[in-house]
Design a binder for this molecule. Structure first.
Ligand code: NAP
Length: 516
């Protein structure tokens, strides 16, 4: 295949993406759903515009809704226009892109539908030159994952069509399991049909530029890694905050809750990238080995002193952007006495030489003051203040803040002399912003990750051991919360930064959350 795709996005220049993948067909199970319309199809459209999709690339959408090819194409063109995060949609490009879309109406439980799918894939191989390469994307409710995987296995679609010459891969959306036991069951089902090198467990957070940049920042610069340890770092904060509430997804949220929805996957993935040791190379096996190692070193939660380590919250009514918003229990399809958490804060320790005694404070929640995801690394205070005791309290510790969204970038706070005849010290900020430095919008996480699946690069996907390790840590907490019901649940006003207990978690350690 060609290695010389024309790179139109300046952000792609000089980056590792220099190839277009081999011709292939992508099958999206759940093609009439929200994820397909909101993320997958717009991402594929932009890859098409950047000429990063292979020649003959084709998509087969599968779902229950009875669409013809034409209706599906129209619906997906509308989706691109509605959900595009970029400034312009080019009509001729969109028209040519949607010609690559096909649709099969099916019920995932019906094995006959997979035979039809096999026939259509073979037809596309000969008519569009997709060469037997297949990417199955499970954009369905998690309850459908096992049945789809089993049926793909049963009709022989899980194996490469021509071993050694073509490939078959499967992308599995979050959540991967509901708890440790169900995650293990799903791993067993998937593992009975696919080999691990065929499986791409997607966590779209890992496709975000700033998250990937975390590795570049740490391992492509000589000045940060030497101080990235307990000698210099006081603590680390990871915040993933949303302004939105459950937005009509009350039924899903009642089953999931914040810990499953955000912490088990996104927050834990970010934590492992912040804390992992340097891999020898930026290679899927090595990066994922290091991530797993650090996950294994996280100290289990101390249930005898739970309040010292964990806060569980739920939003009450309040004001967001000048609008009065209801409390969680008043949302549609939510039980009026629900104890489902919409906020969690955790204090974790990593028991290894690098991180001994450095707390990692994690928090995530809905209906918080701001939509922002940020990693904050706070360094230790200077050991001795030479400017006199009066300045001591004015001197802030250095802080490195990595903004994952919005306004992706990195800022470092340090102290400077305020211009005056007296010695006055003020904190100032040195800032890097993606948009300003590179002059273009970063590719969406799904663009990066879809391309990686087609290229066979698993580096940014979660391996089964990391999934299991995250569940091992958090499943006992979910069990405990289930037993406790509403006991210990902290209510917080919508539009605030969460319950007071979250501030108290840090105050006990004489720290406070960095202002975002
Ligand atoms: N939406 C997001 O932004 C988002 C973000 C991250 C991850 N995810 C994950 O992505 C997955 C899909 O989420 P979603 O929001 O797109 O869900 P959704 O809107 O409910 O879509 C589900 C899709 O599955 C199809 N489906 C369900 N059961 C079926 C069956 N038995 N036979 C045939 N089709 C069936 C539905 O088809 P019909 O409607 O035609 O019946 C629909 O196309 C979930 O695992 C979710 O956790 C979603």
């Amino acid at each position: 295949m060609t290695d010389t795709a024309v790179l139109t996005n300046p952000l792609r220049e000089g980056m590792r993406i220099r190839k277009t993948p081999a011709p292939c067909a992508m099958v999206i199970f759940g093609a009439s759903g929200d994820l397909t319309a909101r993320k997958l199809i717009p991402a594929l459209y932009y890859l098409h515009c950047e000429r990063l999709l292979p020649p003959g690339f084709s998509v087969i959408g599968c779902a229950k809704t009875p669409y013809s090819n034409e209706k599906f194409r129209e619906a997906m063109a509308d989706a691109v226009k509605k959900f595009s995060e970029k400034a312009t949609v080019d009509e001729p490009s969109l028209t040519s892109f949607i010609q690559s879309l096909y649709y099969l109406t099916d019920d995932f439980g019906d094995v006959k539908a997979y035979t039809q799918l096999d026939e259509l894939l073979n037809k596309l191989d000969s008519e569009r030159g997709t060469n037997g390469n297949r990417l199955f994307y499970l954009a369905t409710p998690p309850s459908s994952f096992p049945v789809i995987v089993s049926h793909l296995g049963a009709v022989g679609l899980a194996q490469p069509k021509e071993p050694g010459k073509s490939w078959t891969r499967v992308v599995i959306e979050k959540p991967f399991g509901h708890d440790l036991e169900s995650a293990r069951e799903l791993t067993a089902t998937v593992g009975s049909v696919f080999k691990e090198e065929q499986v791409y467990r997607i966590d779209h957070y890992l496709g975000k530029e700033t998250v990937q940049n975390l590795l570049v920042f740490r391992f492509a610069n000589g000045i940060f890694e030497p101080i990235w340890n307990r000698r210099y770092i006081d603590h680390v904060e990871i915040t993933v905050a949303e302004e939105l509430g459950v937005e009509g997804r009350g039924r899903y949220y009642e089953e999931a809750g914040l810990l499953r929805d955000m912490v088990q996957n996104h927050v834990m993935s970010v934590l492992s990238l912040v804390a992992m040791e340097s891999p020898a190379t930026f290679d899927a096996v090595e990066v994922r080995d290091e991530k797993a190692k650090v996950m294994r070193a996280i100290r289990p939660i101390d249930f005898d002193h739970l309040d010292d380590f964990v806060v569980r919250g739920q939003y009450a009514d309040g004001w967001v952007k000048g609008q009065k918003v209801p409390g969680y229990c008043e949302e549609a399809n939510v039980a009026s006495n629900s104890s489902t958490e919409t906020f969690a804060a955790l204090k974790l320790s990593i028991d290894n030489w690098r991180w001994a005694d450095v707390p990692f404070y994690l928090r995530s929640g809905k209906r918080l003051a701001k939509r922002v995801s940020e990693i904050v690394v706070q360094f230790r205070r200077v050991p001795h203040m030479v400017f006199g005791s009066k300045t001591e309290n004015l001197v802030e510790p250095n802080v490195l803040a990595m903004r994952i969204q919005p306004n992706e970038g990195i800022a470092i706070n340090f102290n400077a002399k305020f211009p005056a005849p007296t010695m006055e010290i003020r904190p100032v900020k040195m800032e890097f912003r993606y948009a300003e430095s590179f002059g273009g919008e970063p590719p969406s996480a799904y663009e990066t990750l879809l391309l990686d699946c087609m290229l066979g690069d698993q580096t940014l996907f979660t391996r089964e051991d990391a999934v299991e390790l995250a569940w091992q840590l958090l499943s006992p907490l979910l069990d405990r919360w289930r037993e406790d019901g509403a006991k210990g649940l902290q209510y917080y006003e919508s539009g605030s930064w969460g319950p007071a207990a979250s501030d108290a978690l840090l105050e006990r350690d004489k720290r406070r959350w960095h202002r975002l």
